[in-house]
Design a protein around this ligand. Structure first.
Ligand SMILES: Nc1ncnc2c1ncn2[C@@H]1O[C@H](COP(=O)(O)OP(=O)(O)OP(=O)(O)O)[C@@H](O)[C@H]1O
Length: 641
């Protein structure tokens, strides 16, 4: 469903009478439709019925302001009329209709984001893979253009409600379309005539049409009629599914309605249907999809929940959900809101604000319930929408705790599985006072980080945060169950008090603290401003060195991310170089630092330690030529020794 903005979206479309070329991408999509060997091509009917029903709903709304638009014709319906003799199927509605400009804008360019996404996905997949187009049709649905899967000519004759002019759009889907005045246009609304292809004549059979409607469009909230000759009968009553008691509805009913309302083809992962009573009465029918909607990461972050008032569709732009729940689809039908809701009122109505709040809470509590009752199903939802839900962790202070309960993480305990914070705190080690995390590009990459070694040695679980959004919420979230979140690559580790899982049996393995302090001071002096400090570490077990960010500065990965942005306000701060006193190399260098003699090679080693730490952090040495020269000198010296 698209709101009435299609014309302005497509203002570039020409709208004069005559022949016009399709926008290039539309041409490409049509070309595919014309040649599609898609097996479920009856989906075209659902798309056309949905459009007709939307047009009726738009008219119903417009007529609230101006009932002359109805002009006595109040029985809004979509009518299917097969004509075997002519080989045509018409799908007509007495809805809002389209002006000449709208015909050109909506049916000549890409008016809908879903179709645009389809075109893009097609471009990405390339033409080389057979069956790509077909599988994408199944995933996206492609609206009006799907008519060309079954028709070799499509005529759309339309009259905008209240307008004296009728127009006909016509095309064979091969590059161009025509628009011309049409005196035969319906009195109001749109009549789409499909000249069926030879191999699509099954769509002339009334019974087949009826069964397709039953399967895909039974719950469209506008009546559907089937016309055979002069006799017309109702094959779907257009009653609002959401007003029916739950007990009367089956999973199939819900699924079909979800597909209509979301313009999707997947199964809903969660269905939420209830009636709210009390201060306000309203009905809610919401779905969490099982597949990511194509526009999930659109910058406008808009949801598409439909707002109805006493069964009249008002808008899908009322932002009934916070942005981090924008993947939820469905509708809210209020008994109490006024029908003539202006944009202003949509934004400022306290009644609507109350609905938003209650419905949002309900969605979160239903997700929590799913997590409890059917963890497997919940994890599917989390895998698809976790990165979006986590936006709520920094945006929605009020619900942060509920969202933290819902959040699932990869961790060193379960790199391929999911852990909740409740699981995490249940496994805290003695003396552990924080929830540790490490950010990275992928769980595997993060799990290989040297920063984790000391944590592993102590059996401390570390969350592996790999979504860009993680950098942001984790800095503002106060913690969970009284335990703050702490980065393992930042500040002091404070893990010395946590016992090792297998305590080191040979204390001589560790370099003497004084020798390490001498080495640290030497390295510090050699590296100068490049580092903020050099110190011994509890963090490391196997690696000799690592870099960490100072307490109170930004996480190094986030700092790198931000400093790379255009016009970045963030400059990188000097890191702290940590040395592993248990590592043979550090022990050896500490001995050299305390012994008298020439320190030139030790200075080379200091820089090499720093460069090694950079490499472990996924960066290149800052001066590759100097790095190579030092390495060469050191290897030569070793060779000579
Ligand atoms: N029967 C109709 N009456 C009035 N307008 C129509 C009709 N059919 C299509 N349109 C207009 O053409 C536009 C494009 O239709 P199309 O089916 O390609 O996408 P859509 O319906 O907007 O997308 P979605 O299926 O995601 O809602 C619609 O948004 C609508 O404005």
């Amino acid at each position: 469903m698209t709101s009435d903005t299609a014309t302005s979206d497509t203002a570039t479309a020409t709208a004069t009478a005559g022949t016009h070329a399709f926008q290039a991408e539309v041409g490409r999509i049509l070309d595919l439709m014309v040649h599609a060997v898609y097996s479920d091509r009856e989906v075209f009917l659902r798309e056309l019925i949905s459009n007709g029903a939307d047009a009726c709903e738009k008219l119903r709304y417009a007529a609230r302001q101006d009932d002359s638009l109805l002009a006595g014709d109040t029985q809004l319906a979509v009518t299917l009329a097969p004509d075997a003799a002519a080989g045509t199927l018409t799908v007509s509605d007495n809805g809002i209709g389209m002006s000449r400009e709208e015909l050109a804008g909506n049916l000549g360019t890409i008016a809908r984001s879903g179709t645009r996404a389809f075109a893009e996905a097609l471009g990405n997949a390339g033409d080389t893979q057979p069956g790509t187009a077909e599988s994408l049709i199944g995933r996206f649905g492609i609206g009006f253009y799907s008519a060309f899967m079954v028709a070799d000519r499509v005529e759309v004759s339309s009259r905008r409600a209240g307008s004296p002019e009728g127009w006909k759009w016509s095309s064979d889907g091969r590059g161009t379309y025509t628009i011309e005045p049409d005196e035969q246009a319906p009195a109001r609304g749109t009549r789409i005539t499909l000249h069926l292809k030879e191999d699509a004549r099954e769509f002339l059979e009334p019974q087949w049409l009826e069964s397709i409607v039953a399967a895909h469009s039974a719950h469209v909230p506008v009546a559907i009629r089937l016309k055979e000759g002069e006799v017309s009968r109702e094959i779907a009553d257009g009653s609002a599914l959401w007003l029916k008691p739950k007990a009367e509805l089956t999973a199939d009913d819900y699924r079909d309605f979800y597909r209509h309302v979301a313009g999707a083809w997947d199964e809903p992962a969660l269905t939420i249907h209830y009636a709210a009573e009390g201060r306000q009465a309203y009905r809610v029918l919401l779905f969490v999809p099982s597949e990511k909607p194509f526009d999930l990461f659109d910058p406008d972050r808009k949801g598409r929940i439909r707002l109805y008032v006493r069964r009249v569709f008002i808008t899908d732009d009322a932002e009934l959900m916070p942005a981090y729940l924008r993947f939820v689809r469905g509708l809210v039908d209020s008994d109490d809101l006024p029908l003539n809701l202006s944009r202003e009122m949509l934004q400022h109505s306290p009644m609507l604000a109350q609905i938003r709040k209650a419905v949002t809470n309900r969605v979160l509590s239903e997700l929590a319930r799913l997590a409890e009752k059917d963890p497997e199903a919940y994890l599917k939802v989390w895998s698809a929408f976790g990165p979006v839900l986590k936006e709520g962790l920094y945006e929605d202070l009020e619900r942060r705790d509920s969202l933290l309960d819902l959040a699932r993480f990869r961790s060193t305990v379960a790199p391929d599985g999911w852990r909740s914070l409740k699981d995490y705190v249940a496994g805290l080690r003695p003396n552990q006072t924080a929830i540790y995390y490490l950010t990275g590009d992928s769980p595997a990459q993060a799990a290989a980080s040297p920063h984790l070694e000391g944590f592993r040695a102590r059996g401390i679980e570390v969350l592996l945060l790999t979504d860009p959004v993680d950098h942001f919420w984790v800095r503002v979230a106060a913690g969970f169950d009284g335990k703050p979140f702490r980065s393992v690559s930042q500040g002091d580790t404070d893990i010395a008090a946590i016992p090792l899982v297998a305590p080191a049996d040979d204390a001589d393995d560790t370099a003497a603290p004084a020798a390490v302090a001498t080495l640290a001071a030497f390295v510090r002096q050699t590296l100068g401003e490049t580092v903020k400090d050099v110190r011994a570490s509890d963090r490391l077990a196997e690696s000799p060195v690592c870099l960490v960010a100072g307490a109170g500065t930004l996480d190094r990965r986030l700092e790198r991310l931000l400093s790379r942005q255009d016009g970045a306000a963030v400059t990188r701060s000097a890191p702290i170089l940590e040395l592993n006193p248990r590592h043979p190399l550090i022990r050896h260098l500490a001995a050299q630092a305390t012994a008298p003699g020439d320190k030139a090679l030790l200075a080379d080693a200091a820089w090499l330690l720093y460069d090694e730490a950079c490499i472990l952090d996924g960066e290149t040495p800052s001066d590759p030529a100097a790095f190579a020269a030092r390495l060469t000198r050191l290897l030569l010296a070793r060779g000579a020794a």
